[in-house]
Design a protein around this ligand. Structure first.
Ligand code: AMP
Length: 424
């Protein structure tokens, strides 16, 4: 379906055209008409599906029909990176309109605080805020939400995981009851359903592939002991077909260790990304990564949600993430709307059960590859084995039948989105 068929305003169509968006993605096809029809919506969709445009385009469309401008829409997002990205997408869509938006998040100096305050007090049309900073601003100033029409919660599951439930409820108490509420979440655990019952009014439910990674991602895993992970990693990174790479590790310490080791070989091609960095540092690194000035980014899960960088060809999980959902979010950084990508996971002796949990969640068996000849064999993949896995168990029996079972399901119909053309 084209965006014209979705009856969007011509000025938005112009913006979409300039961004190279031709066809709506499935979530956009379903959500845009419902939102334009003024319904509350609860949508289960992961990043990479085009969910941001799905909630922003109808809101912008409504804004363009307004004569008076005031604080019209509040988007709440879990992280500053996501808030910024939503803001950037809004800028693109609204390029040919006079709609205004601002991202409000923590960090920054007094000037940033004042700019955020001004936008809140003098009515940017759309505010995209992280919960903590928004509450800080609400406590300090009297913000007029009386004409707010749309409330959007993006990555609601992540916000609850981060402990923002009370903050969200506190914010909602300050905005009009009479409003349209849109809740987007990558997963639908019971706590999200409970939140939905509290804040949504007779919502339309939309589900797009719950917790399934994009089908275009080529997923594989290596059975490898911890001691051999770094040599294995170096080997993979030597492969020049990978031009843009994210490596995830579970702790800051590990990120540092990997970064220091890789730095010796790859120099300025590699950078690390974790919660200790201040905001300008984070932004600088993300900019360099987007511009391909940095080839390899090593980070914790802080990188795994909402980072919208096109053309990442490899996501490497240095260890198996603790929560299966994090696996989906981590590997969702590759194969975004217009490209394909590879996701490689290292599985050691003790992470096997966790990995089996991931395979259950995504309903797919990921092939376990043998380490190359010059890297010692890894453990056998026996996730159901109750006895503790140990270093002694080094046979090379790598679940061949499971490899055989691995199915790629072919390219889904709507997944060939056009590439952005920045020259337009
Ligand atoms: P999201 O799921 O909102 O994080 O979007 C993922 C990526 O897909 C972003 O880079 C968007 O710019 C891009 N995108 C979203 N919708 C479309 C579309 N209809 N056509 C082409 N690209 C899209």
């Amino acid at each position: 379906m084209t965006f014209r068929e979705l009856k969007l305003n011509d000025r938005l169509l112009e913006g979409l055209d300039a961004m190279g968006f031709e066809k709506a993605t499935p979530i956009q096809e379903k959500a845009i008409p419902a939102i334009m029809d003024n319904k509350d919506v609860i949508a289960c969709a992961q990043t990479g599906t085009g969910k941001t445009a799905a909630f922003i385009l109808p809101v912008l469309n409504n804004l363009l029909n307004k004569k008076e401008r005031h604080l019209n829409t509040l988007v709440i997002a879990p992280t500053r990176e996501l808030a910024q990205q939503i803001d950037q997408q809004i800028e693109g869509f609204s390029y040919f309109t006079d709609a205004s938006s601002i991202a409000i998040y923590g960090g920054g100096d007094g000037k940033t605080w004042d700019k955020q305050k001004k936008a809140l007090l003098h009515g940017a049309d759309i505010i995209i805020a992280t919960p903590g900073r928004l509450i800080a601003q609400l406590i300090s100033h009297d913000i007029d939400f009386s004409r707010l029409e749309h409330l959007i919660l993006d990555e609601a599951d992540r916000m609850l995981d981060m402990g923002f439930y009370d903050d969200i409820i506190r914010i909602i108490k300050q905005i009009p009851k009479q409003r349209q509420t849109l809740l987007f979440s990558a997963t639908m655990p019971p706590k999200i359903k409970k939140l939905a019952q509290t804040i949504l009014n007779d919502p339309i439910e939309i589900t797009i592939a719950i917790s399934k990674p994009a089908e275009k991602i080529d997923q594989k895993a290596y059975m490898v002991y911890d001691d051999h992970k770094l040599p294995m990693l170096r080997k993979i990174l030597n492969d020049s077909q990978y031009k843009s790479i994210i490596i995830f590790a579970s702790t800051k310490d590990k990120v540092n260790r990997i970064y220091q080791t890789l730095r010796r070989k790859f120099n300025d091609e590699v950078m690390s990304f974790h919660s200790d960095l201040d905001q300008p540092e984070r932004e600088k690194i993300m900019r360099q990564f987007k511009n391909n000035d940095i080839r390899i980014l090593v980070g914790t899960d802080i990188l795994s949600r909402g980072i919208d960088v096109e053309g990442i060809d490899l996501v490497l999980n240095y260890d198996v993430p603790g929560d299966p959902e994090d696996y989906v979010h981590r590997i969702g950084r590759t194969a975004r709307a217009s490209s394909s990508g590879t996701a490689i996971t290292f599985i050691n002796d003790i992470d096997q059960r966790k990995f089996a949990g991931i395979e259950r969640l995504i309903e797919n068996v990921i092939p376990k590859l043998q380490t190359p000849n010059d890297i010692p064999d890894g453990p056998e993949y026996t996730p159901n084995n109750k006895t503790k896995h140990s270093h002694k168990n080094k046979s090379r029996n790598i679940n061949k039948n499971k490899q055989g079972n691995y199915k790629r399901k072919g390219k889904p119909k709507n997944k060939r989105y056009p590439k952005k053309d920045s020259s337009k």
